[in-house]
Write a protein that binds this ligand. Sequence first.
Ligand code: S3P
Length: 172
Amino acid sequence: MPERPVILTGFMGSGKSSVGRLLAQSLGCPLVDLDAVIVETAGKSINAIFAEEGEPAFRALESACLERALAGGRAVVATGGGVVIAEANRQLMARHGIVINLMASLPRVLERLAGATDRPLYAGQDEAERVGALMAEREQFYCVADIRIDTDGKSVEDVAAEILRFLKGLEP
Ligand code: S3P
């Protein structure tokens, strides 16, 4: 297990939380699910934060929680899909952690998110179009990672095993 936090980035529905859970278990370290930390800190759901305070307030809270999570040492940190938008977050992650980007195709993402009501940037009209545009817009940020893993057609176990192999390869 590396001393630096292992950070999972990727679009909504790319499997960050489920892969993170298994990875943390395998590495014997805590899992920090950033969305859950944000909800706990704010005392309300992500939907409520977006609706009552707006996206900028959510992003500010997300950055503060990320900073705290990365200061905590050994951990697997599963981020929210939009954490990569802010340059300060990207720098923080590159400096303090090992960044692992989980990739998923648009059809796979739409399949995984179908019916979700807890993601304000997904729910609503014309999901496929909006999600596709958002994915394309963020690609420039997701591609900056220590490793990218294509998750299409792979189980959570497959993806976690691939990450573990990569981390093993980093050992001196
Ligand atoms: C967001 C992704 C969500 C959550 C929020 C915003 C985004 O996290 O942080 O709804 O901007 O892509 P997941 O990627 O865990 O769904």
